[in-house]
Design a protein around this ligand. Structure first.
Ligand code: C5P
Length: 220
């Protein structure tokens, strides 16, 4: 049987994580937060004394190959350590963006991501879900929003988690991250050929979820 999968890809802070999680909940599907996997990889590398530099690619890939990451509800575990908070800092985000540009690291994490595809279905959130990991997906959404809107959203998110940040710094940082994610040689951030590009600058999360659900229902 073909297991249904919906891919939500897009730039940082486009709302895709929130939208993907809400979709998974409403459909009763599994949820893959692939960004969290790259973040955990970056955190594990730094904790192992491996800076996210090209010279450490093979060692970080070896670590990724057997990464003891587990998702328990909304908790993310690295071994027995709850890293749900630790992986959400900007520093880890930047390091994740560095390790994710390493082809050997991406290759090492493919099987782990494929393992999330289980009945009754999956909503997968990331950068290359539709282009590389689940190219067979019947619905691929490329969710985007203006940089200013995304900086505002990331700001709110950080504040609610007790971190401090300035919107201007965040906007510059996310544009730098977009540039790195979009220009890397493997799995650059780009819409799949058959993706539906959805700009949600002027949509609420609920409106965005409703749009994606309507697309999904139209395909059943
Ligand atoms: O989505 P999130 O901000 O958690 O992702 C952190 C970083 O991991 C991204 O900036 C990107 O470099 C990388 N990533 C990726 N491929 C994915 C998901 C995330 O390269 N499928």
């Amino acid at each position: 049987e073909r297991i249904p999968v919906i891919c939500i890809d897009g730039p940082t802070a486009s709302g895709k994580g929130t939208v993907a999680a809400a979709l998974a909940r409403q459909l009763g599907y599994h949820f893959l937060d692939s960004g969290a996997i790259y973040r955990v990889t970056a955190l594990a590398a730094v904790r192992a004394g491996l800076a996210p530099d090209a010279g450490n690619e093979a060692r970080i890939a070896a670590l990724a190959q057997t990464l003891p990451v587990r998702f328990a509800g909304d908790r993310v575990l690295l071994g027995s350590d709850d890293v749900s908070q630790a992986i959400r800092t900007e520093e880890v985000g930047v390091n994740a963006s560095r390790v994710s540009a390493m082809p050997a690291v991406r290759a090492a994490l493919v099987a782990l991501q494929h393992g999330f595809l289980r009945l009754p279905g999956l909503v997968a959130d990331g950068r290359d879900m539709g282009t590389v990991i689940f190219p067979q997906a019947p619905l691929k959404i490329y969710l985007t929003a203006s940089a200013a809107r995304r900086a505002e959203r990331r700001h709110k998110q950080l504040i609610s988690k007790g971190f401090s940040a300035s919107i201007g710094d965040l906007c510059a940082a996310l544009q730098a991250r977009d540039a790195r994610d979009g220009s890397r040689s493997v799995a650059p951030l780009t819409p799949a050929q058959d993706a539906l590009v959805l700009d949600n600058s002027d949509l609420t999360i609920d409106e965005t979820v409703a749009r994606v659900l309507a697309e999904w229902q139209a395909r059943q």
